[in-house]
Write a protein that binds this ligand. Sequence first.
Ligand SMILES: [Fe+2]
Length: 253
Amino acid sequence: MAADVALSQALAYARDLRNLYEVTRAREQEVERARDKLRAAYQQSLTYAVDLKKTHRKLQSSILQSLLGLANALEAKDEYTRGHSDRVATLARRLALAAGLGAREVVTIAQSGLLHDLGKIAVPERILRKAGPLTDDEWQVMRRHPLTGAQIVAPLEFFADGALIVRHHHERHDGSGYPDGLSGETIPVGARIIAIADVYDALTSDRPYRRALDHRGAHERMTAEADHTLDGRLLGIFFDKVIDAPPGPSGRD
Ligand SMILES: [Fe+2]
């Protein structure tokens, strides 16, 4: 009799244990399924993040393209500045390459060359096209254009270095430039390069107030500025390897 009781108790325990095992097993499977779902959701969100980043990047580069178009349109209105930024960009790219800068930096410098005077969009035409010398007040307005240009390109995160180049393209080696009075190597190298290309193109182009200098005249004038207003080392490379360089097989670009 006692043996029967013990046996039925043992069977009851065994059933309980089996039930417990099945419940636990079912929970484990549930947890496993939940983990799979979570993993899939995580993968999906990673894919979304990558897509979003790509879209953001595309959007930013199409904004940059629009700004390049705007800069071009701004210059095209004036016969004296037409093509100036294009020429500055080409010279700056060649100087950056000759100075041994990296490919990405060269691209940013060339794009900054195209955009360097975009801030002039905020300068009234009567000042931009004035034939005679500017008054002090007019100069003050004119000297804001590097800051305005940098503010216009500031939302382009991937162009942060370009924004700095635009901001500092009128700084001078000896600290007498604007807007921040930076000097020497504290001026971003891209801005020092644009300054040289900008001055060369300005000197060799007609302006309402003077005729263009020839290459020799520009060389003389700029060499006198070496390590005064312009970076002497970069200026040396400019005249040795960029401007005086013999044309390659396909000619100068
Ligand atoms: Fe400028």
